[in-house]
Design a protein around this ligand. Structure first.
Ligand SMILES: *Cc1c(COP(=O)(O)O)cnc(C)c1O
Length: 399
C-alpha cells in the first residue's frame, strides 16, 4: 500500500491534446469507431482505452478518477454527480432484497434517510449501531449482513470509527466495509486499514470551492467495473454521471488539497483548543479530551492533522441560532450547511443537516439541539477570528 497520498496525486502526469499543462476536456457525449467490431467489444466492456458513451465513462472523468484512486490508494475509482449518488449506487450494488446492513447511527442525514426510509421498501434492512462499540457491531451481525457502513469521523458528532478493528470484524464475517471519508481526506486513508469501498462527497473539502455537487467511489477494479456494467451496474443504470467540464474543474481544485487540508486542520485545532480553554464544550478529534483521540492519532497521516470540523454546544437551539446570526453579521463565517470552503461555515445540525433524524433518536445519540458544527475556513489569522467569536460568545453569556 502506498502511504503518501499527496505525492501519489502529484506524480500523475496528464498532458492536454496540444501539450497543455492541464488535460484537454472531453466535450463529447459519444465517440466514433473506425471498425464496427470494436464498437460491439467496447459495449461488452472488453476494450481498455475505448470510449462508447459518456454516461459510462469519459476521458476527463477518468483523469479525476485516477487522482481519486491515488488519493485513497485504491486500484480504481468512479466519479458521480453527487456524494449521495456515490453512496446509493454503492449500497444498491452490494445489497439485494432480503439483505442486511449495519450502519453507524451517526452518519450524514441523507445517508441515514436512505437507510432508514428508502431501502426498507426494497426489503433491505439496516441496524443502526454505536460505531465506537465493537461489541455492538459484533452483536448485530446476521447471516444476511452484506455491509458495515460508517464515516471515519461521523457527521455531526465527530465519533471516530476504529477502522482497523471494524475491518477485522468485516473480513471475518465476509462483509464489505464501506467508509465515507468526506470529513477527513488525506488525513485518513481507510483502504490502508481494510476498507473495501471508500466514498467521498467531492462537494466538500476535495473540490473546496463550494461551486458544485460531486461524489466518488474508490475501490477495487472489480467493484468499479461492476458499478459501470451496462447490464446490472447501479452507476450505469441509475445514470448519476458527472459532467466532463465539471470533472476537469474538480481535478484542478484537487491540486491544492494537501495545502488546504493542513490549513483547515491547523485552524480547527486552534479554535477547538481556544473554545476548550475558555470553558466552551468543544468536540474535536485533535483534543485530548476527545474519547477517540488516541485511535484517530494512530490512524492518521500526521502531516494533515485532525481535519477541519469542530463542534461546540451552545446549550439551546435559540442561543445557537442567535450566536450564528451574530457571527455571520461580524463576517466571521457564513451561516450555511456544507463544508470545506475557504470561509468558515456553521450550522445547527439538529435542525438542518441531520433533521432527517427524529428528535427522539437525536437525543439517544447525543445530538443536542444547541450543537453548532463548524467547518473551519482557511483564515490567514485564526487568532483574530477567535477574538471575534469570543466577543459573540460573551454577548450571549456563554463565557
Ligand atoms: C455532504 C455529504 C454527503 C452527501 O454528498 P452530496 O455531494 O451533497 O450528495 C455524504 N456524506 C457526508 C459525510 C457529507 O458531508
Amino acid at each position: 500500500m502506498k502511504s503518501k497520498p499527496a505525492n501519489n496525486i502529484q506524480d500523475l502526469q496528464f498532458f492536454g491534446e496540444f501539450g497543455g499543462v492541464n488535460p484537454s476536456i472531453s466535450d463529447s457525449s459519444t465517440y466514433t469507431f473506425l471498425s464496427a467490431n470494436s464498437m460491439s467489444e467496447t459495449f461488452e466492456g472488453n476494450i481498455e482505452g475505448c470510449y462508447l458513451y459518456s454516461r459510462n465513462s469519459s476521458p476527463s472523468n477518468l483523469y479525476l478518477e485516477e487522482a481519486c484512486a491515488a488519493l485513497e490508494g485504491t486500484e480504481a475509482a468512479n466519479v458521480f454527480s453527487s456524494g449521495m449518488g456515490a453512496i446509493t449506487a454503492t449500497i444498491l450494488q452490494l445489497c439485494k432484497s432480503e439483505d442486511h446492513i449495519i450502519s453507524s447511527r451517526t452518519v450524514y442525514g441523507g445517508t441515514y434517510a436512505f437507510l432508514k426510509n428508502f431501502t426498507p421498501q426494497l426489503k433491505i434492512e439496516t441496524t443502526f449501531v454505536d460505531i465506537t462499540s465493537l461489541d455492538d457491531i459484533n452483536n448485530s451481525i446476521k447471516p444476511n449482513t452484506k455491509i458495515i457502513y460508517c464515516e471515519v469521523s461521523s457527521n455531526p458528532l465527530l465519533e471516530i470509527a476504529d477502522l482497523k478493528e471494524i475491518s477485522k470484524i468485516a473480513k471475518k464475517n465476509n462483509i464489505k466495509l464501506v467508509v465515507d471519508n468526506t470529513f477527513t481526506p488525506l488525513s485518513v486513508s481507510p483502504a490502508k486499514y481494510g476498507a473495501d469501498v471508500v466514498i467521498h462527497s467531492l462537494t466538500k473539502f476535495i473540490n473546496g470551492t463550494s461551486d458544485t455537487i460531486a461524489g466518488v467511489v474508490c475501490s477495487s477494479k472489480e467493484f468499479i467495473h461492476s458499478l459501470r456494467d451496462v447490464n446490472d451496474g447501479a452507476f450505469m443504470l441509475m445514470g448519476t454521471t458527472m459532467d466532463s467540464l465539471r470533472a476537469a474543474s474538480v481535478l484542478k481544485n484537487m491540486r491544492t488539497l494537501h495545502i488546504r487540508m493542513k490549513k483547515h486542520s491547523e485552524n480547527a485545532m486552534y479554535l477547538a483548543e481556544s473554545f476548550e480553554k475558555d470553558g466552551i464544550k468543544a468536540v474535536y478529534p485533535g483534543l485530548k479530551s476527545h474519547p477517540s483521540h488516541k485511535i484517530f492519532s494512530k490512524m492518521m497521516n500526521k502531516e494533515y492533522g485532525y481535519g477541519g470540523m469542530v463542534t461546540i454546544d451552545a446549550g439551546s437551539l435559540e442561543t445557537a441560532n442567535k450566536l450564528m446570526e451574530k457571527m455571520q453579521d461580524k463576517n466571521l463565517g457564513y451561516l450555511a450547511v456544507s463544508l470545506g470552503f475557504y470561509k468558515t461555515l456553521f450550522c445547527a445540525p439538529g435542525s438542518s443537516t441531520s433533521s432527517e433524524i427524529s428528535d427522539e433518536e437525536q437525543e439517544k445519540m447525543g445530538l443536542n439541539e444547541g450543537l453548532i458544527r463548524f467547518s473551519v475556513g482557511l483564515d490567514q489569522d485564526i487568532s483574530r477570528t477567535y477574538e471575534g467569536i469570543k466577543k459573540c460568545l460573551k454577548e450571549f453569556n456563554l463565557i
